[in-house]
Design a protein around this ligand. Structure first.
Ligand code: PEP
Ligand code: MN
Length: 294
């Protein structure tokens, strides 16, 4: 029986011969796969990779508390924003370099590689000194100077899809990074803006499958920003893996009701550990085999 993954990838053979404008990001054949190798963790290597942690680094005790909890539950990377893009200029905008230092300390203590956002070109070198993966936030998907500056640091770069970005624009954003000579690019679907307002964004699972079809780059699914509701995160996380996502980005806070940012979409430690159990149970099941996850 043909696997879903084979159908999805095989169909590139029948695609029109018109070359894609994102020539480096485009999938050339069904076997082409980019694996972003962080040493202990391989993103796109067939095992779902989970990046977890708070939206913002708020303090050393807060980050270490959650870092140990997500490590214990089986997360592969620690996330946390030190430079925060906020809709309101009066909202908490992150601890800046002090936050990066806290992230580095959490990495040293837990062994988890870290991912954090670079918000502008002025800070990208600083962020690269501390982090294992540079996150380009959704609002910056078409900040071409930032994409190039991030690419030139040589660090792996995760490009989040903009809330109004088409799949082609997203892949072209990834192309900006690849065109600097940096092959270690990860895509992240985090929901788009639609007419629907019951959820913060609409997690576009079409785009996850389509990005796998069109590109060899690994695709991470972020159901936290994609839904904005903590109680929708687990089902959409599992769905994101079921459509072929290579991993997840999940916001986790020890006390979501008192988080400085994105509390309503953050899992507490218990709910995160429960989700990790569900992901492990899904591994090896028919749906995981269908999408090529182990
Ligand atoms: C985040 O990851 O906390 C974040 C700000 O995400 P996005 O850029 O997708 O809104
Ligand atoms: Mn957030």
């Amino acid at each position: 029986m043909l696997r879903y993954k084979d159908l999805l990838l095989m169909s590139t053979a029948n695609a029109s011969t018109k070359p894609a404008p994102y020539r480096l990001a485009a999938r050339s054949d069904a076997t082409q796969t980019t694996i972003v190798d962080l040493g202990s963790v391989k993103i796109g290597g067939g095992q779902p990779v989970v990046m977890a942690g708070p939206c913002s680094v708020e303090s050393e005790s807060q980050l270490l508390n959650t870092a140990y909890a997500v490590a214990e539950a089986g997360a592969h990377l620690l996330r946390g924003g030190a430079f925060k893009p906020r809709t309101s200029p009066y909202a908490f905008r992150g601890l800046g370099e002090a936050g990066l230092k806290i992230l580095a300390k959490a990495r040293a203590e837990t062994g988890l590689p870290i991912i954090t956002e670079a918000l502008n070109t002025a800070d990208v070198e600083l962020v690269a000194e501390y982090t294992d993966v540079i996150q380009i936030g959704a609002r910056n998907m078409q900040n071409f100077a930032l994409l190039e500056a991030a690419g030139r640091t040589g660090r792996p770069v995760m490009v989040k899809r903009g809330p109004a970005g088409t799949i082609e624009e997203w892949l072209l954003a990834a192309e900006y990074v690849l065109a600097t000579g940096n092959p270690n690019v990860i895509l992240c679907e985090r929901g788009i803006r639609t007419f629907e307002n019951a959820t913060r964004n609409t997690l576009d699972l079409n785009a996850v499958a389509m990005a796998k079809h069109r590109s060899h780059l690994p695709v991470i699914v972020d159901p936290s920003h994609g839904t904005g509701k903590w109680y929708l995160v687990a089902p959409l996380a599992l769905a994101g893996l079921a459509v072929g996502g290579d991993g997840l980005m999940i916001e986790v806070h020890h006390d979501p009701d008192h988080a400085s940012s994105d509390g309503p979409q953050s899992l507490n430690h218990e709910h995160f550990a429960d989700l990790m159990q569900k992901i492990k149970l899904q591994a090896g099941q028919p749906v995981a085999r269908e999408v090529g996850l182990n």
